[in-house]
Design a protein around this ligand. Structure first.
Ligand code: GDP
Length: 139
């Protein structure tokens, strides 16, 4: 299968806790190539846009508040089967249900403050990569 991509964000909880380096190392050691990466901060408007699919959910306001509370690390990752393999590496949304050794098991606090984002489909990976990066920022 041809290499494809996924979009990750190391969320404000994990950046503030100083876990970005360990998480990036785990991602590289798991076979992902970094196409693009930056430290950035989402505005309220951009966080609402990124998570628009969840806007009717009860936790939407809390999620937007959390995702804008501090800087994030956004990255485009390349690997065969990138979306599925990265979802396996990060583990379940709720760290209480995440498998041993997964990023969320290692670094997440709870179902909201769960350390990392990973795209859920190839289609969304392409949309999310373009959300964070211009073509000239990807290698
Ligand atoms: P993901 O694809 O595993 O990130 O999970 P979802 O797309 O379902 O949810 C997006 C993000 O919203 C999650 O990563 C959490 O940060 C947050 N979230 C999901 N479910 C809940 C919930 O029940 N309560 C709260 N407070 N946050 C949630």
């Amino acid at each position: 299968m041809a290499s494809n991509i996924t979009l990750t964000m190391i969320k404000p909880d994990a950046v503030a806790a100083g876990n970005s380096g360990k998480i990036i190392d785990l991602i590289i050691q798991s076979g992902f190539k970094i196409q693009a990466m930056k430290l950035t901060r989402l505005s309220k408007e951009k966080a609402e846009e990124f998570y628009a699919v969840h806007k009717e959910r009860g936790f939407f306001g809390d999620l937007v508040k959390f995702m804008t509370e501090g800087p994030i690390v956004a990255a485009v990752l390349e690997k065969d089967n990138a979306v599925e393999d990265f979802r396996k590496l990060i583990g379940a949304t709720n760290p209480a249900n995440a498998a041993e050794g997964t990023i969320r098991k290692l670094y997440a606090t709870d179902i909201e403050r769960n350390a990392v984002h990973g795209s859920d489909s190839d289609e969304n990976a392409a949309i999310e990569a373009s959300f964070h990066f211009a073509g000239v920022e990807r290698f």
